[in-house]
Design a protein around this ligand. Structure first.
Ligand code: SF4
Ligand code: SF4
Ligand code: FES
Length: 511
């Protein structure tokens, strides 16, 4: 533990905190503009200034590690004056209209709280800084205060590297990687840069067009099974913006294009929003009470006349775990049937059954946090950056930041192939001989964990004599892959540990 005093009060802090995080942990608010908990500190805005040990210069608290015995002051008159001056400098060329129109933006809130007035801002906006070429995001670089949170989050969280900083100091500015308009860049529309921008220089078009949300609801994304958490902003009964939930232990304040921007289905004019009962061949709109009573009566009749097993319930992968839990509970407890099914059973049966047989459960044994711990990640028949983009972004970061080795097993060159140490580009339908060959190479080269196998694996001798028939040289002809590449992948997987294995429907449905 570290002992330090902040604003005259001594506390114990865990090791490894910055001065800013330490102050926040005891409820002391230090103003920030470029800081974002999802990012490495940049020290760009100089708003988080503090005085340490009475030195005659101030330190940026977001980048300064807390040390034992430190005496930190966060709000002396000199510090507050410096902050106000910094805010004034940022406001000089900043369009007044934006300051007036969006009072809740972080920069605008701080400017107001430090007593800046309308005369501190620029009367004229620079329309040449506006770029409306992107489908979802509006750019107005006259509102950019050069905190570069956008570029950092695009690099450090999404791993897309769209925003480039060109020039230096006062002259520095942001350019998309198209070196032209933003709409032609390699942006994948995760919206992270918009979420990180403290001014609205990058803004969701939906918010500009429909207005600032008046209510927020926290929920889970209804698209893929990653389970990202989101805050849904409503105005006049309509979704106007969706933002990532920063406190989510699943998605850590990140979303992909689907969760972030694909919400118009919710207010689509052809969406069914009222219950209907078919009468004499025609749909008749009824109240929810009538619909529920009708269904209850029908189910009661079916159950009493034919028993609970005459009914079945289908869950959905677009519902949350909690909703599916309640659905199966309803089937078992109320209807009295185990006839419960869902699309995952249809899609995933082969691998779920195999995993249940081998490791005791037909579900994932790892959590997403294991991506950050893995030294090797093997991905077979899955395209996470397209299908589960938030998980895909974490795999990219595991390679970029942690040096994890990636082995991609896929007939296609998926995006993650660019980051792979080995791409085993097998013929479709040859996963089984390939995995047998990987096992054969690991066994032949003595790379398996004999102790683990002795303690936890049954019938290893039988498996050994089976798998060693599939030498990489033999599987090479079946799979269409060079045997040396199969051996290289086997060596990485078995020796760069811990290793993690990810598979998707490309394997499950095309064994
Ligand atoms: S666009 Fe926004 S996030 Fe990016 S540097 Fe400018 S102010 Fe910061
Ligand atoms: S929306 Fe996402 S991918 Fe596109 S520039 Fe912003 S952070 Fe990068
Ligand atoms: S928040 Fe520390 S320098 Fe910007």
């Amino acid at each position: 533990m570290i002992r330090a005093a902040i604003n005259g009060s001594e506390h114990e802090f865990e090791e490894g905190l910055s001065v800013l995080k330490a102050a926040q942990s005891i409820g002391i608010d230090i103003p920030t503009l470029c800081h974002d908990d999802r990012l490495k500190p940049a020290g760009a805005c100089r708003l988080c200034l503090v005085n340490i040990n009475g030195q005659n210069h101030e330190a940026v608290s977001c980048r300064t590690p807390l040390a034992d015995g430190m005496n930190v002051l966060t709000d002396t008159p000199a510090i507050e004056e410096n902050r106000k001056w910094n805010l004034r400098m940022l406001a000089r060329n900043y369009p007044l209209k934006a300051f007036q129109k969006y009072p809740v933006k972080q920069f605008h809130r701080l400017a107001r709280s430090y007593g800046l007035t309308e005369s501190d801002f620029s009367e004229t906006g620079d329309v040449s800084c506006i770029d409306d070429s992107h489908t979802y995001i509006s750019v107005d670089m006259s509102r950019c205060i050069k905190c570069f949170a956008c570029a950092r989050i695009c690099d450090e969280v999404q791993g897309q590297f769209v925003w480039q900083v060109v020039g230096r100091g006062e002259e520095s500015r942001l350019m998309p990687d198209s070196w032209g308009d933003f709409g032609s860049s390699s942006c994948v529309s995760c919206g992270a840069c918009v979420d990180a921008c403290p001014t609205g220089a990058l803004e969701d078009k939906s918010l500009i067009e429909r207005g600032v949300p008046t209510n927020w609801t926290k929920t889970t994304c209804p698209y893929c099974g990653t389970g990202c958490e989101m805050n849904v902003g409503i105005r006049d009964g309509r979704i106007v913006q969706i933002k990532p939930a920063h406190d989510s232990p699943v998605s850590y304040g990140h979303l992909c294009v689907k969760g972030r921007y694909a919400f118009d289905f919710n207010s689509a004019p052809d969406r069914i929003t009222e219950p209907m009962i078919r009468e004499n061949g025609d749909w008749v709109i009824v109240s929810w009470d009538d619909a529920i009573e009708y269904i209850a009566a029908m189910l009661k009749t079916i159950k009493s006349e034919h028993g609970g097993n005459a009914a079945a319930v289908l869950g959905s992968s677009r519902a949350t775990n909690e909703e599916n839990y309640v659905t199966q509970k309803f089937a078992r407890v109320v209807l009295g049937t185990n006839n419960v099914d869902c699309c995952a059973r249809v899609c995933h049966t082969p691998t779920a059954a195999a995993m249940k047989m081998m490791i005791g459960t037909g579900a994932a044994t790892n959590s997403y946090d294991d991506f950050e711990l893995a030294k090797t990640i093997i991905i077979c028949g899955a395209n996470p950056t397209e299908n589960h983009p938030v998980a895909g972004a974490r795999i990219k970061q595991a390679v970029i930041n942690n040096g994890a080795k990636l082995i991609v097993i896929d007939p296609r060159k998926i995006e993650l192939t660019k980051y792979a140490a080995v791409h085993l580009q097998l013929r479709p339908g040859t996963n089984i001989p390939l995995f047998n060959a990987l096992a054969c190479a690991i066994i032949e080269e003595g790379l398996f964990d004999a102790e683990f196998i002795k303690e936890r694996v049954d019938e290893f001798a039988e498996f050994r004599s089976f798998a060693t028939q599939y030498t990489p040289e033999m599987a090479a002809g079946i799979c269409g892959i060079d045997a040396a590449l199969i051996r290289q992948a086997a060596r990485i997987y078995a020796s760069e540990k811990p290793s993690m294995s990810v598979h998707g429907l490309g394997m499950t449905e095309h064994l």
